[in-house]
Design a protein around this ligand. Structure first.
Ligand code: C5P
Length: 220
């Protein structure tokens, strides 16, 4: 199963298209966040659909329940496969997001991987998100074991903050791709290590091969 989600955090659509072509055999789901969506939202959705890829819209909705519910409805109309909401939106907002029938999968961000907070706070948010019926949470690989302990081993955790080596960028709660998959991440989200690489094909292939052996049967 293809476990890498590529974050298309690039400034232009041509670069995004190149990345999709280069990584296509290893990746089924591509993440579109505010950087690309605000510049070329309609185009990137069209390109991903043309390539038969799933679209993960990462706009981290955090608003009043009515706004979030209709934002999810709008995403459904666009054919979005999954989207993110922020768990700090609370119980009513999370329930509004999951109330859309046959809508995109709803993945709740616990705490941004660029922040350092107590594990207690992270687990509290994961529990709330599960209670509201989300399809999974987005959290750091460092919390997989703890969240699975609290929310059950079949609860889906998708992990950004993937780094092979220690970097000085904004990500703080990081781990390697093998670690994340070994401990049960359903998917790993990777951006800069691939999109800024000299050879995105090669690095994606390397990661794909490395995690193949650590894969557990933990399917969404
Ligand atoms: O470049 P990098 O590998 O850090 O990209 C991680 C991606 O995951 C970014 O698009 C970022 O917006 C997203 N993300 C995150 N932490 C979260 C949720 C999403 O880094 N908690």
């Amino acid at each position: 199963m293809k476990k890498i989600i590529l974050a298309l955090d690039v400034l232009n659509i041509k670069k995004a298209e190149r990345l999709i072509n280069e990584t296509s055999i290893f990746i089924d789901i591509y993440k579109v966040g505010p950087i690309l969506f605000l510049r070329s939202g309609k185009e990137i959705i069209k390109i991903l659909k043309k390539n038969k890829k799933k679209i993960f819209l990462d706009l981290k909705f955090y608003d009043i329940p009515n706004t979030v519910k209709y934002a999810v409805e709008s995403a459904k109309k666009l054919g979005i496969f999954s989207l993110t909401v922020h768990s700090i939106g609370g119980l009513e907002m999370l329930k509004a997001a999951v109330s859309v029938k046959n809508g995109p999968k709803i993945w709740a961000v616990t705490v941004l991987t660029s922040q350092i907070v107590s594990q207690e706070e992270i687990v509290k948010r994961a529990r709330l998100a599960k209670l509201c019926g989300v399809d999974g949470v987005i959290s750091s690989p460092q919390e997989i074991i703890l969240i699975k302990k609290e929310c059950g081993k079949n609860f889906n955790i998708i992990t950004p903050g993937i780094r092979n080596i220690k970097t000085n960028d904004d990500q703080k709660r990081t781990a390697t791709p093998e670690f994340a998959i070994k401990y049960g991440a359903s998917f790993i989200i990777i951006g800069r290590p691939i999109i800024k690489a000299k050879n995105p094909y090669k690095i994606t292939k390397d990661i794909y091969n490395k995690i193949k052996t650590s894969c557990r049967k933990n399917v969404i």
